[in-house]
Design a protein around this ligand. Structure first.
Ligand code: AMP
Ligand code: ZN
Length: 476
């Protein structure tokens, strides 16, 4: 097996993966803030983290993956003066924060399942860790924090090289952070946000710095330490976190454990999914979430495939045409895989051609998760003729475990996702097509054309002679 090399945002270099604890891989992923549905861009971050986890498992490491659920503390603008996203949504909807959190956590988990993202060892819920956050803050308060009327603030000048991950100079570049009266440096951030006099928040806890709620950055330092121990191997998140959230986590970890200690050995970031018309904004009417793709007739794994076609560090532009192309590619893979499923999987691969192909797959995935090349190897495997089906199936299962496209469990019928707006069911379509076949056999072309026209009117394109034998598709 090729050595696994990953791009570490700390050094901006590819580095071999060397675990902190031999044989183990401990990974922490910044999870969603559950004030709204995740958009498909957010889900790209979890497809990436899942693929990383799958690769680590495939490489033989015992994986402990933690993804947190942020149900307190994340402010509307990453600044210290905004509102808590959860409080704001709860007020807008006139619901309790706990109900909001439950609803959107479940919606997020549904997307996780739809995208075949494996369950992590722990879903850590931020509000379960507030006492631990207070303890952590107490342990660093004297040396690294100062108190203002609005709460306890972290002094970013108290640790070495603050902001190194972002490559930001300490003072400049932090204009994004709205000024809070009395802050010593623009980049200083709230560890504890005191509830203003005369206000009550739905979520507040007693602390040495007054009744209030923890700062968002504190959560991840505390939960990663509690569940993985510091230092652990890899911390992941979207590229936006490289600028503020993760530098702040690192500063807290340095305060807790010493300045040469960033908390995780590697920090990895996925680039953004871009959508130019603004449909990814959670406030837009038809906002781009996994359920919208399903409602439009796409299988959610077509979106996973779309993510895997790009390198995780590249921007990926979303388009419906791109998704459609990924869907067709997925259909091809599923059909080739279905054709293999009656074979008995072999226990070893000794066929030279399969072994060579597998080596290419391994090399690709080992070089900072080159999933695009790995997919090509998988397709070549599926297309291979005159090889032992059992060995082919074994190699497919191994590749599949890494890419997570559910190729061994998805059927042709599963891929027929019925759009919400469809006027006809899959069974009705199949029945119409059978009648049409009979009409054609009887040379009753008027009838066969009438059936076809009727299907077109209902949004079904009949695909006579489709090389994949796909017979019909929804006109999406
Ligand atoms: P949030 O719920 O806002 O904390 O975001 C959840 C995750 O999605 C974080 O890791 C973000 O960095 C990531 N993220 C946000 N927008 C995008 C995007 N357009 N493409 C990829 N990842 C994103
Ligand atoms: Zn985080």
């Amino acid at each position: 097996m090729t050595e696994l090399r990953l791009f570490n945002s700390l050094t901006r270099q590819l580095e071999p993966f060397v675990p902190v604890h031999p044989g183990e891989a401990r990974v922490y992923t910044c999870g969603p803030t559950v004030y709204n549905y995740p958009h498909i861009g957010n889900m790209r971050a979890y497809v990436f983290a899942d693929t990383l986890g799958r690769v680590l498992s495939y490489k033989g490491y015992k994986l402990t993956h933690v993804i947190n659920i942020t149900d307190v503390g994340h402010l509307t603008d990453d600044a210290d003066a905004g509102e808590d996203k959860m409080e704001k949504m709860a007020a807008e909807k006139a619901q309790s924060i706990w109900d909001i959190a439950k609803h959107y956590t479940e919606a997020y988990w549904a997307d996780v399942k739809a995208l075949n993202i494996r369950q992590p060892a722990h879903w850590s819920i931020a509000t379960d860790f507030v006492p631990a956050m207070i303890e952590f803050a107490k342990s660093i308060a004297d040396k690294h924090c100062y108190q203002l009327e609005s709460g306890l603030y972290f002094d970013t000048s108290s640790v070495a090289n603050y902001g190194a991950l972002a490559r930001a100079k300490t003072e400049d570049g932090e204009g994004r952070i709205e000024e809070v009266e009395g802050k010593r440096h623009a980049a200083d951030f709230a560890i504890w946000r005191k509830t203003p006099e005369g206000e009550t928040r739905q979520m507040e806890w007693d602390s040495p710095w007054g009744k209030g709620a923890p700062g968002w950055h504190l959560e991840c330092s505390v939960m990663s330490e509690a569940l993985l121990g510091l230092p652990f191997d890899i911390h992941t998140g979207g590229i936006d976190h490289r600028e503020i959230h993760h530098p702040n986590e690192i500063a807290q970890n340095q305060a807790r454990c010493g300045s040469d200690h960033s908390g995780a050995k590697m920090w990895m970031h996925n680039n953004f999914l871009i959508e130019r018309s603004g449909k990814m904004s959670k406030s837009s009417g038809e906002f781009l979430r996994v359920q919208l793709l399903i409602d439009k007739g796409f299988h959610p794994l077509a979106y996973r495939l779309m993510c895997l076609q790009a390198h995780y560090r590249s921007e990926l532009e979303f388009s419906w045409e791109g998704l459609q192309a990924a869907f067709v590619r997925l259909k091809r893979m599923v059909m080739a895989s279905v054709a293999l499923q009656d074979a008995q999987p072999a226990t070893t691969v000794d066929d030279k051609r399969i072994a060579e192909l597998f080596e290419r797959f391994d090399t690709a995935i080992s070089e900072d998760l080159n999933t695009a090349q790995a997919l090509t190897a998988l397709e070549e495997l599926l297309a291979m003729k005159k090889v032992d089906a059992g060995q082919k199936l074994l190699a497919l299962a191994q590749m599949e475990n890494v890419l997570g496209l559910a190729l061994l469990t998805t059927t042709r019928a599963d891929l027929r996702v019925r759009p919400k707006s469809a006027l006809i069911t899959a069974e009705e379509i199949e029945a119409a097509l059978t009648t049409r076949k009979e009409a054609r056999a009887a040379k009753d072309f008027a009838r066969s054309d009438a059936i076809r026209d009727d299907l077109i009117a209902k949004g079904i394109e009949v695909m006579d002679g489709d090389p994949l034998g796909w017979d019909w598709k929804l006109d999406i």
